[in-house]
Design a protein around this ligand. Sequence first.
Ligand code: PEP
Ligand code: MN
Length: 341
Amino acid sequence: MIISKAPTLTDKQLAEVESVVGDFGCKIQVIYGAHRNIYAIIGDERSETMVNRLLGLEYIERVDRMESVYKLMDVRSDLANHSIKVGEITLGEKPLIIAGHCTIDPANTGAFLETAQAVKEAGAHAIRGGVWKPRTSPHSYQGSSKMVEVLMEARNRTGLPVVAEVMDSNQIDVALDAGVDVLQIGTRNALNYTFLAEIGQRTAEAGIPVLLKRGRHMAPVDEFISAAEYLAANGNPNVIFCPRGTMPKLDGFRNHPDESITPLLREKTWAPVVVDPSHSVGRAKYVPACSLAAIAYGADGLVIESHVNPISGIGDDPKQAITPCVLEKLIRDVNTVWGLR
Ligand code: PEP
Ligand code: MN
C-alpha cells in the first residue's frame, strides 16, 4: 500500500511508480477516495529493494506491506501447526520450565550437579548451564569448553535435556558433538545474521530446538521474528522465542521487563514463547512475580536461573538465581496461573 505526500499522484508520478513495481512483477491498483487516493501494490510486495526504491521517490510518504516479510515464522504460514518438543514436553501443552546455573563454575562443578538434581526434584523439565559466557568485560570469566562435560554429566544423572548458549562455530561443534539438546542464542547475537544462518544450517538435520533471546536494545517484534526467520530459512524452524528484558532498563531492575510482548508475538507468529525472568529483572526476589506475569501473558514456559547456594555461584548467580526451594513453589504457582488461562 503506497501513500503519497500529496493527496494524489500526478500521471507522471504514477507512471514512475508503476515502472518501479513492474520491475518486481507487481502492478498498481488505484483506490480512489473522496480526498485522496491510495495505491495498492498487487503481487508479491515483500521485496525490500522495491520498497526502498519507492521510498526513495520524494513524493512518496509511506509504503505499508500487507504481507509478512517472515514467510516461515508467520502465524499464517504452512508451519502454523508445527509443534516443538523439549525432552518430554511439547510446547503449549504444559508450561516448560528450564532451570539451572547462569554459569557452570569450573572450581565447583559439584554445585552444578547438585542444582541439576534439585531443580529436577522441584519440577523442572530441562537444565540450563552456561558453558561459554558472553561477558561485558574481557577480564571476567569467559567459560570453558571443558564445562560441556559437566553439563552432559548433569544430563546423564537427571535424564533431563540440557540447554547452553553458543557464540561461535567452534562452540557449535563442541555443543553438537556432546549432544546438547537445546542451543541458546543470546541477546548479543540476536542480530548476528551470519551466525543465525549458520545455526539454522547446522541444526537443520537434527531439528535441535533453538532458544532465541530477544535483542536487548528493545528489539521490535518484527525484528525478533525476522531473526527467527533466519533460523527457519536456513533449515530449522524449531525456534523458541525468549524475551529477556530490554534496555534502557526500568530503574531498579536489570533490564526493562518485557514479558508483555508475548501476546504481540502470538498475533504474528506460531512459534512458542519461553520467557527469561532472571535476566529481565535481574534480582532473585523479583523473579517469582515476573515469572507469574509471563505465564499470565500467555508464555509457554520459563527459563530461570537457579542455584543450590546462589551466593557461592559465579556469573549472574549470586544476584539473580533463585534456590530450588523457591523454584518448587514457583512451579506450583505457575501451574495454577496456567490453569486460569
Ligand atoms: C544467559 O542466559 O545467562 C545470558 C547471558 O543470556 P542473555 O543473552 O539473555 O544475556
Ligand atoms: Mn545469566
